[in-house]
Design a protein around this ligand. Structure first.
Ligand code: PLP
Length: 389
């Protein structure tokens, strides 16, 4: 391997921004507990409240609506509950989820069961199916992602929210992959609450947020009970350093998220793929997608084989939803889109971000060309020795 490693897996986690690291070191040196009344405690509290303002500003929220958690997964588990009390609105009775939601939505809720909304071949939910589901009895809570982590495909969250609100329901939007990459806030999504993750923005792992559009909303029954931190929504002494790092990342992202530069990298990659490998399919290319994500499949080549060859060549990508499992399982996202096994089994994801440059994409294309040539040579050798035997 020549040259530094190339990291193209920002949707799994983004490298820590230097500004976030600096903020964390500064916060680690604060001795106080943010709940203490002395000067040390007040200094820690000031960090947490500055972070609340920064995260709120990123998504156009009132800072009082921000609840810090340890992850977006925790925020999903917190929000998706039949005890959710959105300022003066009656509690939800049914949970609807998109078929391509992240597992923290699909399995992290506190309802007895969830009803799944199908997606079309491009991965977009069917608004007519949503309208039909809303016509059935029971007040609905819809959990719909702004953008998919595997394909980058965007959901029509604002249109869905209009339908849900008209039927007296409410919407929680998983904005983990969209925030800081495309204009995603409470106004553009029309959601009642957003879920955010620090480490996808270039902040540290170990911080997330649930952001209510109306700060007078509450969880009803919190997950973590004890001290009254986070206005009673999440007990436990605040991780001031993680929250400060999250804040610094949010401030940097809000100052400019390189959408056009990132989109140019996507164009370079996808034009390169089409030119060099005409057999490759870019999944979701026909619908609006995140500018940083390219999910592509090489028909007939196992994703795991290609992923390992690329890793050896110094390029980090992911296959399927490797976000948490560390292993390559079948993708429920590609299954829901009706992709055939020879496509979903070969699907890789390249995702770029704040530190990505053109050279990274070029290295990926070159490494892919070499890896595919080696894999195909080995396969044809094996086939011909099989014939000879
Ligand atoms: N939602 C989406 C769309 C994601 O990609 C992830 C990634 O892990 C999560 C939620 C969970 O975020 P966290 O790692 O902060 O729990």
């Amino acid at each position: 391997v020549t040259g530094p490693r190339i990291y193209l897996d920002y949707n799994a986690t983004a490298p820590l921004r230097p500004a976030a690291r600096d903020a964390m070191f500064r916060a680690l040196d604060l001795p106080g507990n943010a709940s203490s009344v002395h000067a040390e405690g007040r200094a820690a509290r000031a960090e947490v409240e500055a972070a609340r303002r920064a995260v709120a500003a990123l998504v156009g929220a009132d800072p009082r609506g921000v609840i810090f958690t340890a992850s977006a997964t925790e925020a999903a588990n917190l929000a998706l509950t039949p005890t959710l009390a959105l300022a003066g609105r009656p509690a939800p009775e049914r949970l609807l989820v998109g078929a391509t939601e992240h597992s923290c939505i699909l399995t992290g809720h506190r309802f007895a069961a969830a009803e799944t909304l199908a997606v079309d071949g491009s991965g977009v939910i069917d608004l007519e199916a949503l309208a039909a589901a809303l016509a059935r009895p029971g007040r609905v809570l819809l959990a719909l992602q702004a953008a998919n982590n595997e394909t980058g495909v965007l959901q029509p969250v604002a249109e869905a929210a209009r339908l849900v609100h008209a039927a007296g329901g409410m919407v929680v939007c998983d904005a983990v992959q969209a925030a800081g990459r495309i204009a995603t806030d409470l106004a553009t999504t029309a959601a009642d609450a957003l879920i955010l993750s620090s480490h996808k923005l270039g902040g540290p792992k170990g911080a997330g947020a649930l952001v209510f559009a109306n700060p007078d909303s509450s969880i009803g029954l919190p997950l973590l009970r004890g001290g009254g931190q986070e206005r009673g929504a999440r007990a436990g002494t605040e991780d001031v350093a993680a929250i400060a790092g999250f804040s610094a990342a949010a401030v940097e992202v809000a100052a400019g998220w390189r959408e056009e530069a990132v989109r140019a990298l996507q164009r370079l990659l996808e034009e390169g793929l089409r030119e060099r490998f005409p057999e490759v399919r870019v999944i979701g290319a026909e619908v609006p997608r995140l500018p940083n994500t390219t999910c592509f499949a090489v028909p007939g080549v196992a994703a795991a084989t290609l992923l390992m060859a690329l890793d050896l060549a110094g390029v980090a990508l992911s296959a399927g939803s490797a976000c948490s499992s560390g292993k390559i399982a079948r993708s429920h996202v590609l299954d829901a889109m009706g992709e055939a096994p020879h496509i979903s089994g070969g699907a890789l994801r390249a995702s770029v971000g704040w530190a990505s440059v053109e050279g990274d994409v070029i290295r990926l294309l070159e490494a892919l060309e070499k890896a595919l040539a080696t894999i195909r040579q080995a396969a044809s050798k094996a086939a011909s020795s099989g014939r000879a035997a």
